[in-house]
Structures are given as C-alpha cells and as structure tokens.
Design a protein around this ligand. Sequence first.
Ligand code: BTN
Length: 274
Amino acid sequence: MTSLDAERIRQFATDSARKKLADIEVLAEIDSTNSYLMQSPGPAPGTAKIAATSNQTNGRGRHGKTWQSPPGSGLCMSVAYTFERQPENLPSLTLRLGLGAIDALEELGAAGVELKWPNDLVALNGKLGGILTEVQPKSGRAVTVVTGIGVNVDLPDTIDFGTETDWARQVVDLKMICPAPPKLEKLAGYLTTHLLKAFVEFESSGLAAVAERWSEYDWLQGREITIDTGVGQVSGIGAGIANDGALLVDSPLSGIRRVTSGTIVIAGKRGAKA
Ligand code: BTN
C-alpha cells in the first residue's frame, strides 16, 4: 500500500487554506490521527496542522466507539486548529464541520450525502463517515481543537462492522456514490479547504448562520427516532436542529424536546408523524 503524499494534499487545497496550514503530516501507519494531534503542540492561533493516513489501527469515535477502516480503504484525517479564544457554544462546532465535509464531498461529485446529528456522514441510508471533535487541555486564552474525519472510499466487499451501524442499512463508501471516487490526496485537499473555512466561519458567526442549511441535509428529519441521552431515552420524530445545534424531537406526549447530547439508538423510515 502506498502512503499519502503531503505535497499533493497541499496542492489540492485552495490558496486561502494553504495560507493557514502550518503543517501537513502523512503517516504510513498510526493508531489514531486524533490521538496523535491531541498529543502534539497546537498550532499558532488562526492556523492549522493536519495529520492524515490510510492505515489507522485504533481509530476512535464518539462515546468510546471505534472507527474501523481497513488499510487503504479510506481516509483518516485530523485537523488541529487553534482559536484565539474559546468560541461560544463550542460543542456545536462538529455540526458546522459536518457541513464543511458535505461541501468537500459535493465538490468531488458525491451524490446524496446527508448529516446524521451530531457527527455522522450518511449516504444511501448507510454510514459513509464520521467526525470526532476533541479539545486540547487549555493553557492560556487560546483553545486548540482537534477534529478527525474518517471517510470510507473503497471498502472490501466482505466488510462487516457489526453493531456500529445498527441504525443504518449498511456501510457505504464513496465508490458507491461518486461516478469516479477521488484519490485520497484529492479528498484530503478538498476536506482541508472546507474544514478550515468552517473553522474560520464558526469563529466569526457560530452555527446559527448555517443552521437552516444544516437542516437541508438532516437525515433524521421526519424519522421516528430514539436517543439515549445518558440519563434516559427520548423518542419522537426528528424535527431538525435549533440555532444552537440542539436536536429537536417532536414527541407525541410532550411536544418539541431539545436534545443537546446523546446517541441515536433507533432511527426508522421517513414519513412518520408525531
Ligand atoms: C464516529 O463515527 O463516532 C466518529 C469517527 C471519527 C473517525 C476519525 S478517523 C480520523 C480520526 N482519528 C480517529 O481516531 N478518529 C477520527
């Protein structure tokens, strides 16, 4: 398996993204690009560092889940970005970055990619990718955030990820939804461009500016869902997101409820009514 080329990734990013890039590191093999950047010094405020691989051996997801990606079958990439000071409502950053990922994938010709609150990329009702955002321990005013994204590009036909995708029909890769799946460096370059744009826009305008657009890609909208919030379950019909990123659930007994943290444990077909 050939490893990625940092210079090619840089070439696929736009000038304005390149100006913000302090470093791109490609790793032939690594346990987790997120863990790697969480342990590295953060970049200067307003700049970013990238770590990318196609061979991640211990990928991590939200809530202690794993992210599995057989060697060479997908892109595992993390971006460390330093905010000059802590932005308001930092937990909603993942949602803004999800839209950045959509922009990159659409520009690469991927059709029908949707977002499943708060951090999944979905296509053909299956999991195409996921996003994990972590915050480095603070030292001073600046805050370094590490956001990792995993995208399936060309999975082996025999893959079985078990219960990780119990809400979805199947695991999906880019070759199923792109006329010509991109090379990993091109995917990494486009993601770099759009994720950096998302960091910068989030810093100035937060999530509210794009919350309506987010809803256009909301895979849970109109579905019968159950969310495990850690202190109980909330069931109802997915009703979009609020400006602050909370998931709205229309529940038959109590009306619209806000969920700020949780895991979707059941998601049914679209078209359900509260
Ligand atoms: C999830 O599905 O809960 C999020 C998955 C995030 C996976 C990416 S792959 C690159 C980066 N490194 C990790 O260990 N995780 C993220």
